[in-house]
Design a protein around this ligand. Structure first.
Ligand code: GDP
Ligand code: MG
Length: 177
C-alpha cells in the first residue's frame, strides 16, 4: 500500500517573483524546509524546491521556483515562467519601491504566463512593523483591483507563510479539478 500512499496526483509549478532582497528565497526556505536565515546570499545551483501537501485528499507536489538573483539583471527568462500555474509576487512592507515595482512584475508575469494563472501578492517582513512603508489597506486595494490574492507574511516568524502557499495550491487545484 506504500506505493499508493506515495502517489502524486498533481505537480503544480509556482514561481516566486519580485525585487531583490524582499525575502523570496527565505519564504521558500520557510515553506519547503521550515528554515530561515538572516544572511542574504544568492541561491546557487538550485532552480526550485518541492514540498508535497494534501489538498482535498489529493497529494499535490508543489514545485516552487526561485529567481536565484536574476531579478537584479531583469533577466528572468521565459523558461522561468513556462508552465507556471501559480505565482507569489513578493514585496517588502518596509521598502516602498519594492511595492511600486509590483505593477511592473505583474505586467512581466502576465506577458509570459497563462491567463488563468493564480497570483498571490505577498507583503513580506510583517515582523518589521515599526519600519512599515506600505499600508496594508493600500496593498489590499491594489490586489483587489488586479484580481490577486493578498497576504502579509513573515519568513522570519512564519506568519502566513503556510497559508499563503496553501491558498495558492488550493486555488490552483480548484481550477484544475
Ligand atoms: P530575495 O532576494 O528576495 O530572495 O531575498 P532573501 O530571501 O535573500 O532575503 C533578503 C534579506 O531579507 C535577508 O537578509 C533575509 O534574512 C531577510 N528577510 C527575508 N524575509 C524576512 C522577513 O520576513 N523578516 C525579516 N525581518 N527579514 C527577512
Ligand atoms: Mg533570492
Amino acid at each position: 500500500y506504500g506505493e499508493y500512499e506515495n502517489t502524486i496526483d498533481y505537480v503544480f509549478k509556482i514561481v516566486l517573483i519580485g525585487d531583490s532582497a524582499v525575502g523570496k528565497s527565505q519564504l521558500l526556505a520557510r515553506f519547503s524546509r521550515n528554515e530561515f536565515s538572516l544572511e542574504s546570499r544568492a541561491t546557487i545551483g538550485v532552480e526550485f524546491q518541492t514540498r508535497t501537501v494534501t489538498v482535498d485528499h489529493k497529494t499535490i507536489k508543489a514545485q516552487i521556483w526561485d529567481t536565484a538573483g536574476q531579478e537584479r539583471y531583469r533577466a528572468v527568462t521565459a523558461a522561468y515562467y513556462r508552465g507556471a500555474v501559480g505565482a507569489m509576487l513578493v514585496y517588502d512592507i518596509t521598502k516602498r519601491v519594492s511595492f511600486e515595482h509590483t505593477q511592473r512584475w505583474l505586467e512581466e508575469l502576465k506577458s509570459h504566463s497563462d491567463t488563468n494563472i493564480t497570483i498571490m501578492l505577498l507583503g513580506n517582513k510583517s515582523d518589521l512593523g515599526s519600519l512599515r512603508q506600505v499600508p496594508t489597506e493600500e496593498a489590499k486595494e491594489f490586489s483587489e483591483k488586479h484580481g490577486l490574492f493578498f497576504l502579509e507574511t513573515s519568513a522570519l516568524d512564519s506568519t502566513n507563510v503556510e497559508s499563503a502557499f496553501l491558498s495558492v495550491l488550493s486555488e490552483v487545484y480548484r481550477l484544475v479539478s
